[in-house]
Design a protein. Structure first.
Length: 382
């Protein structure tokens, strides 16, 4: 060894043999504990994913129906919009209101020319007077007929007395004829008198029966005249009703819409002239998804926010729930009995009435968009 060179030192630890080196490689290839934990975590995540998928497939609507505040923006203000139409034909004489004007019940809105209808009322009144006069005339005839019946009855009684007298006289004369005091002439005279009065009695009785039958005819004629008078009074009432239809008035307090007619325009029955909206009688119709109505009940409290008045909340309560979904009231209801089927969540209209002390009373207009929230945890009130 040359000077200055350092001799190599032997390793202090034991020298591994080839066999011992192979054992060390096998220990390093075994899975560590963190790998086991990672595998378990993957299994847990997979199980949770399967559980979530199962819930989504079977109970996807549970958390929707269990919410205590059910909200929808598919809601609008509704009201009694009353369109007024003409019920009789004629020319418009006057339009007494302007567009969007406040009116009271009974205020004149449109006046149709009523000259023809007043003439018809006058004619109907004259017909009624004529019918009443005919009835009064018939009553007078019936009174006269009653007098004739009474007279015929008296004549029958008088003639009956004569008949009774002549019968007795005939008996006396026949009895006297059997003696020396009677004569055949007196017997013949008594017989003739008896027959004459019996004939007169028969005639009077026939006249009496004829007078009574005539009274029956007069009773029938009176019934006919009264029926005709009733029909003419009905025509008079109809004429007065048509005359009243020439005045189109406001049925309720509210605001009128845009005028549909002008003065001088010819109207026919059914022509719409104007609409009246009672602004103090409005409510909200909210179209909730069917999955939101699990715990919705009539009488529960509701909160309404109107897009026109941001920041203000109006309270109300659930008044009623529609008997069917909105699609069932459409012109062509869906029928999924044939062909491919895709389930679509339906919407059920819910009517919400507003509290009377709301700060927007009289300012809400039918058709305004709102956001409705029903508090399903509130106690329903009647």
């Amino acid at each position: 060894m040359m000077e200055g060179e350092v001799a190599p030192q032997a390793p202090s630890g034991p020298v591994s043999s080839p066999a011992s080196g192979a054992g060390t490689d096998t220990k390093r290839a075994a899975p560590p504990s963190q790998w086991i934990r990672a595998g378990l975590l993957r299994l847990v995540i997979l199980a949770l994913a399967i559980g979530v998928l199962f819930l989504l497939a079977t109970r996807w609507d549970v958390w929707v129906g269990l919410r205590s505040r059910q909200t929808t923006d598919d809601a609008y203000v509704r009201g009694d919009i009353t369109p007024l139409s003409a019920q009789v034909e004629g020319y418009v004489r006057l339009v007494a209101v302007g567009d969007f004007q406040m009116v009271k019940a009974g205020d004149l809105l449109v006046q149709i020319d009523d000259d023809d209808y007043q003439a018809r009322v006058a004619q109907a009144e004259a017909d009624v007077l004529g019918a009443d006069a005919a009835i009064q005339n018939l009553k007078a005839r019936k009174d006269l007929q009653h007098a004739e019946i009474d007279q015929a009855q008296k004549e029958i009684e008088a003639t009956q007395a004569d008949v009774d007298r002549t019968v007795l006289e005939l008996r006396r004369q026949r009895a006297l004829l059997a003696t020396t005091y009677g004569t055949p002439q007196k017997v013949e005279q008594a017989t003739a008198d008896e027959k004459r009065f019996e004939a007169t009695l028969a005639r009077n009785q026939a006249e009496f029966q004829g007078a009574r039958r005539q009274m029956g005819v007069l009773d029938t004629e009176e019934s006919q005249l009264r029926a005709e008078a009733k029909a003419k009074r009905a025509l008079l009432d109809l004429a007065k009703i048509n005359l009243g239809y020439t005045r189109i008035v406001a049925p309720v307090n509210g605001m009128v819409g845009e005028r549909g007619v002008r003065a001088g325009q010819y109207l026919r029955p059914g022509t719409q002239v104007i609409s009246v909206v009672p602004l103090n009688n409005v409510w909200v119709v909210a179209n909730y998804k069917e999955t939101q109505l699990t715990h919705v009940a009539i009488g529960q409290k509701a909160e309404i926010t109107i897009d026109t008045f941001p920041g203000l909340t109006v309270t109300g309560r659930v008044d009623s729930i529609a008997p069917a979904s909105g699609s069932q009231f459409s012109l062509l209801p869906p029928d999924n009995a044939t062909g491919n089927f895709t389930k679509v969540v339906q919407r059920i209209p819910v009517k919400i009435v507003l509290d009377g002390d709301n700060p927007l009373a009289g300012r809400l207009r039918p058709g305004m968009s709102v956001v409705a929230t029903i508090l399903t945890d509130s106690t329903p009130t009647p």
